[in-house]
Design a protein around this ligand. Structure first.
Ligand SMILES: *[C@@H]1O[C@H](CO)[C@@H](O)[C@H](O)[C@H]1NC(C)=O
Ligand SMILES: *[C@@H]1O[C@H](CO)[C@@H](O)[C@H](O)[C@H]1NC(C)=O
Ligand SMILES: *[C@@H]1O[C@H](CO)[C@@H](O)[C@H](O)[C@H]1NC(C)=O
Ligand SMILES: *[C@@H]1O[C@H](CO)[C@@H](O)[C@H](O)[C@H]1NC(C)=O
Ligand SMILES: *[C@@H]1O[C@H](CO)[C@@H](O)[C@H](O)[C@H]1NC(C)=O
Length: 425
């Protein structure tokens, strides 16, 4: 696998979604100003107050930048937050260094504000968010709970098992905000061929044409969905596509020569295509949280690979491995295609963590995701809590504010149009 300099990545120009949003905010703002001027021209007393959008730098491309030292950046610890998953509780398991906690993300030419729990809780008042995907998605949800725990801790209102993984729903009564996670590592109906096999990477059967009802059945309860998937796709997969008349089978990473082989990237691409087309009729916003790079060095994940660095890469050292760039390309192209197909209804957004996290080889649990006496693989996939994954929720807050700004401007316009009809007209 060749290292690939992420700055040259051909998909950099794909950060187009925020720009689209920007121009619509601009258009709407201009319209609003014109309408207001039209009203004032008739010298009427100000008939209504224009709600001011929450302050957000909608022009900021938050996802391109670098990590800068931030000596005060420790927001919580393993003692102040009880939501940290055992395997990401690096402090508890004796990670000796803490410098990796003291960085924040600096977008080029603008700033990503520190995560402000009060502000987050006000932006999501009356709203609900679902994290849909694998354990790295849960990693982000637990980071969010920990970041908010500085202000308030949620009530666990429901807990069920989805295929032996916990699906939890949390509720924040003071802001009427609901947070859930749905375990669905392939986002589609999937089953392990031989669940009792001792191999940690057994074959999975994946139904490309069937998004997982574990999450599709609950969409209407949510305003925001955050989709993610990644490392499970590197397993051997048997992929089925059933129509009324035929079933076609393909596979990736499999040994069966009688079956059409497709690449991991194509399997990943088809999974997102199918996932995004399952959102017809959903009225909220669906974010794609992009591929989260792992950082095994000195070996592969199950054969000596480890991640022992203690500081981030600088922007110029940044490296996204070629295969990780292909995963990113596949999912972002599918997001763009889905957003272009969509007319009304669901809105799509990009939570683009890939470049930022490619620079954080120091943020993984490594050998500190388990008790010392347990010999297991080093975890260079998930992220320590607290840790750089906390910045994902800074990105999320930014995106939610951009969304809110659009909604506020839009409702101000419909108010203005309605009032102009009665007062100015
Ligand atoms: C937090 O980590 C420290 C070691 O840094 C450990 O002594 C303590 O027991 C941990 N607390 C919890 C609640 O696990
Ligand atoms: C909480 O939010 C939901 C969804 O927006 C809304 O239907 C409900 O009335 C709200 N409840 C309270 C107590 O504000
Ligand atoms: C499944 O097969 C149908 C018919 O050949 C095709 O139109 C569709 O794109 C395929 N879906 C996937 C996810 O491959
Ligand atoms: C592949 O197909 C051939 C001919 O149909 C058959 O003899 C062989 O057993 C098949 N191999 C596998 C691995 O299924
Ligand atoms: C590791 O040590 C803990 C605490 O002493 C003990 O409870 C646990 O069973 C041990 N695990 C193994 C795999 O030896």
């Amino acid at each position: 696998m060749k290292p690939h300099h992420h700055q040259d990545h051909p998909l950099k120009e794909l950060n187009i979604l925020p720009k689209t949003q920007r121009s619509s905010v601009l258009t709407l703002s201009v319209t609003l100003i014109l309408i207001t001027i039209a009203c004032l021209y008739f010298s009427l007393p100000t008939p209504f107050s224009i709600p001011s959008p929450p302050p957000v730098d909608t022009k900021c491309d938050v996802f391109t930048g670098e990590w800068i030292p931030d000596p005060n950046a420790m927001y919580y610890t393993n003692n102040t937050c009880s939501a940290i998953h055992e395997h990401q509780n690096c402090m508890k398991y004796g990670r000796p260094d803490t410098d990796f906690l003291r960085w924040w993300w600096k977008p080029k030419g603008c700033n990503l504000p520190r995560f402000d729990p009060e502000e987050f809780l006000s932006v999501v008042r009356g709203k609900s968010i679902a994290f849909i995907g694998d354990s790295v998605g849960r990693n982000q949800m637990q980071s969010l709970i920990c970041l908010l725990s500085k202000t308030v801790s949620p009530n666990l209102i429901a807990e069920t098992k989805i295929r032996d993984q916990t699906h939890s729903t949390w509720y924040y009564p003071t802001s009427n905000f609901t947070l859930s996670n749905f375990w669905s590592p392939f986002l589609l109906i999937a089953s392990e061929a031989n669940p009792t096999s001792p191999s940690p990477i057994g074959l999975f059967h994946i139904h490309l044409d069937h998004p997982d009802p574990a999450w599709t059945a609950h969409l209407s309860r949510f305003d925001y969905l955050i989709f993610s998937a990644g490392h499970w796709f590197f397993r051997p997969l048997m992929l089925y596509n059933t129509t009324t008349t035929t079933t076609t089978i393909s596979c990736s990473n499999c040994k069966d020569n009688n079956i059409t082989h497709i690449s991991v990237y194509d399997a990943y691409r088809l999974a997102f295509r199918s996932t995004f087309s399952a959102l017809k009729g959903f009225k909220g916003t669906a974010f794609l949280r992009t591929f989260s790079p792992s950082h095994f060095e000195g070996g592969v994940w199950d054969n000596g690979g480890d991640c022992v660095r203690t500081r981030p890469f600088k922007a110029e050292e940044g490296r996204l491995e070629w295969f990780q760039g292909e995963m990113y390309r596949a999912q972002v192209e599918e997001l763009r295609a889905a957003a272009e197909r969509e007319s009304g209804g669901v809105r799509f957004g990009l939570l683009d963590v890939t470049a930022a996290m490619s620079m954080r080889p120091d943020g993984h649990p490594g050998r500190y995701g388990r008790p010392k006496n347990e010999t297991k693989y080093n975890d260079c996939v998930h992220w320590c809590l607290p840790g750089p994954v906390d910045v994902w929720n800074g990105f999320l807050l930014h995106l939610l504010k951009v969304e809110e700004a659009r909604i506020v401007v839009r409702s101000a316009i419909s108010d203005a149009v309605r009032l102009r009809g009665t007062i100015c007209g």
